[in-house]
Design a protein around this ligand. Structure first.
Ligand SMILES: NC(=O)c1ccc[n+]([C@@H]2O[C@H](COP(=O)([O-])OP(=O)(O)OC[C@H]3O[C@@H](n4cnc5c(N)ncnc54)[C@H](OP(=O)(O)O)[C@@H]3O)[C@@H](O)[C@H]2O)c1
Length: 279
């Protein structure tokens, strides 16, 4: 199968690269080789390389940057993916868009399922939600995979790869400061394997894919500290953020059963495997 993955230098993109099936011809152009905003180049790329599936793992993911540059956030997270998805529909190429639990306001009080109505509260969530709506309008065959808090051994900075940040801080004996919010994280390797497992399946619409379970950052930090037998402190941040974050954007799925798919493993198992990458 000939597959195009956008976002190769990102956290998810790097795990998609390491877990791709060698039998497939997977193209991982970087942003300079194929910028998602250059839709003419995108059209040429999929035509020349006879692409059959495009996975869009690119995005402007820094919530603060989206808040301060709303126009760029909408270009990268909404308008460009929508245009690319439309091109894919016209060319008979399957399109998978990676979206986020941040499309929800976080006030439900229990994990969101696919049929819940989004109501984003920050520019990142709004731009990703607009992307979802445009893609669904113009490409009835597209699949939108919503996920949360992707973790792995990548750029381990606060606000980017939260779990990576926690693990690095704990391993270097430094304390952790976290916001008291709840989420349902996913190990980038598990998400990648899931995406590869559905590459031939013609699944459409929206699907939620995270490791099972829902936890606060504090609970996650405590879990990691326990696994690493660390005594470094965990502090809850009480200062006001410059942007709004959904208090609980945890996801769960109703569609896995309907589609007869195997659910992703529990977070507690995934984090143990991920820790091995850091040791
Ligand atoms: N991280 C999470 O916790 C999380 C949670 C839910 C959903 N998601 C979604 O999952 C996807 C992957 O997330 P991630 O954490 O792997 O992202 P990431 O690490 O921030 O990587 C983003 C990728 O997008 C690329 N990119 C940015 N602008 C681009 C453009 N104009 N054209 C082409 N490529 C561009 C970046 O390239 P450069 O390196 O050149 O900038 C990078 O490869 C994103 O769509 C994100 O919205 C992420």
């Amino acid at each position: 199968m000939k597959i195009l993955v956008l976002g190769q230098s990102g956290l998810l993109g790097s795990y998609l690269a390491q877990s791709a099936d060698k039998k497939d011809k997977v193209f991982f152009p970087d942003r300079n080789q194929l910028n998602i905003k250059d839709t003419q180049k995108f059209y040429k790329f999929i035509a020349e390389n006879e692409i059959e599936l495009c996975i869009n793992a690119s995005g402007l993911t820094n919530v603060y940057l989206c808040e301060t540059n709303v126009s760029e956030a909408f270009k990268v997270n909404a308008y460009a993916p929508a245009e690319c998805s439309k091109i894919c529909f016209e060319k008979g190429v399957r399109f998978i868009q990676i979206s986020t639990g941040f499309v929800f306001d976080g006030k439900k009080g229990s994990p969101y399922i696919e049929s819940d109505t989004p109501s984003p509260i920050n520019a990142y969530g709004e731009s990703k939600y607009r992307g979802e709506l445009f893609i669904q309008r113009d490409n009835q065959d597209a699949l939108i995979v919503r996920t949360n808090e992707i973790f792995g051994k990548g750029l381990s900075t606060l606000g980017h790869n939260m779990m990576g940040y926690m693990i690095t801080q704990i391993l270097t004996g430094k304390g952790i400061i976290v916001y008291p919010i709840r989420t349902s994280p996913v190990y980038a390797l598990d998400l990648s394997k899931f995406l590869w497992s559905i590459k031939d399946k013609k699944i459409k619409g929206i699907i939620h894919a995270v490791n099972s379970g829902s936890f606060t950052y504090v609970e996650i930090a405590e879990m990691i500290s326990k696994l690493l037998k660390s005594k470094s402190g965990i502090k809850k941040r009480s200062d006001i953020l410059k942007y709004k974050l959904p208090e609980d954007c945890s996801l769960e799925t109703e569609r896995f059963k309907e589609l007869n798919l195997t659910e992703l493993r529990p977070f507690q198992e995934a984090i143990k495997d991920c820790l091995k990458e850091f040791l």
